[in-house]
Design a protein around this ligand. Structure first.
Ligand code: NAD
Length: 357
């Protein structure tokens, strides 16, 4: 189990150090994990002058999975675009052929007050949003800006999906739903857009291979409403790139705590890049204040989806729940009556809970 560890920038190294401690515990218990470190983003620019150097590319191609902290920082914002940290992220995703983005929105009952929605609407929420990452209107050709035959300025993009692109994301989504509560909601705008009418047809075909999963369909405008009206009706939602971009951000905000949310991006063989949903938080970097739980939970996702080690993933998730249950909170999720702890103290507590499990 070869894992490339890319701490990245800002709070990246602090939160990654805590996630690695969890992996060390599992390794002591016999899991054959091999960790190798590399640089990405600003850290890579500082050392090699580019955000995704060849050394890192070699490392991540040879690994079975990649665990990433976060990239970016104000000191890099004035660089030429191709040299900026975010380009490193785009480059690694493209290089590894990561087409399926998995974003869970989980609200632990202990954190129900962190949401802007009423606790009774969101407490216990557990949704998985599967977003196609490499097609759709973000990449479709033709695209551009120009001038119409009549001489008026215009701009255009093309929403486009091939059958193979839809089939492979459908298989990922059905596979995930089969491992959860076996309910999959495919989000489209089939009443208006041919591309998504086609998407829906392919999903209905693929569904025949997964009789144990109940497939439903929902228009994207309704899905946006249902997510705030009654989000617990969903188990797994799957959608194309642009709808997924918007709905996954909406869903993550239901939880009110960005420092808690992991994510995964997978290729066709379940090789994956795992990272917290948040950024590099330069405002609190180096202060031992960051919440490491999203990164720790990303490591749990890695064990589940790339290494098929559900028991170990559940063990980490249970340790996180136990620590929240004891009332320990980093500053971002702190509330009256709880104990405020640093990033490393949160790591200490999760390690202790993991050892006790
Ligand atoms: P951000 O997610 O870094 O921070 C937003 C707010 O949330 C900040 O107040 C921050 O302190 C807080 N926050 C984020 N993660 C936290 C954590 N684990 N614990 C406690 N508080 C946390 O988003 P931003 O401020 O818009 O971006 C900062 C930098 O991160 C930018 O350079 C941006 O490009 C980059 N970024 C990177 C990624 C990524 O690596 N995938 C994603 C988003 C943004």
């Amino acid at each position: 189990m070869k894992i490339a560890i890319l701490p990245g920038d800002g709070i990246g190294p602090e939160i990654m150090a805590q996630a690695v401690r969890m992996l060390d515990v599992l390794r002591e218990d016999g899991l054959p994990l091999e960790l190798e470190y590399g640089v990405l983003g600003g850290a890579a620019y500082d050392r090699y002058g580019v955000p995704y150097p060849d050394e890192t590319a070699r490392l991540v191609r040879a690994a079975d999975a990649v665990l990433l902290g976060a990239v970016g920082g104000p000191q890099y914002d004035t660089l030429d675009r191709p040299l900026r940290p975010e380009r490193g992220l785009l480059a690694i995703r493209k290089d590894l052929g990561l087409f399926a983005n998995l974003r869970p929105a989980i609200l632990y009952p202990e954190l129900a007050n962190a949401s802007t929605l009423k606790p009774e609407v969101v407490s216990g929420l557990d949704i998985m949003i599967v977003r196609e990452l490499t097609g759709d209107i973000y990449f479709g050709q033709p695209r551009g800006m120009g001038v119409t035959a009549g001489g008026e300025r215009e701009a255009y993009n093309t929403m486009r999906y091939s059958e193979s692109e839809v089939r492979r994301i459908a298989h990922v989504a059905f596979g995930i739903a089969a491992k959860r509560n076996r309910r999959l909601c495919s989000v489209d705008k089939a009443n208006v857009l041919e591309t998504t009418e086609f998407w829906k047809e392919i999903f209905i075909e693929v569904a025949k291979e997964y009789p144990e999963v109940e497939l439903s369909h929902m228009y994207v405008d309704n899905a946006a409403m249902q997510l705030v009206r009654n989000p617990r009706q969903f188990d797994v939602m799957v959608t194309g790139n642009i709808f997924g971009d918007i709905l996954s951000d909406e869903a993550s905000m239901l939880t009110g705590s960005i420092g808690m949310l992991p994510s995964a991006s997978l290729d066709a063989n379940n090789k994956g890049l795992y990272e917290p949903s948040h950024g590099s938080a330069p405002d609190i970097a180096g202060k031992n204040l960051a919440n490491p739980l999203a990164t720790i939970l990303s490591a749990a996702m890695m064990l589940r989806y790339t290494f098929n080690r559900n028991a170990e993933a559940l063990r980490i998730e249970a340790a996180v729940k136990a620590v929240l249950g004891k009332g320990l909170r980093t500053a971002d999720i702190w509330e009256e009556g709880c104990e405020k702890v640093s990033c490393s103290a949160m790591g200490d507590a999760v390690v202790a809970a993991l050892r006790a499990a």
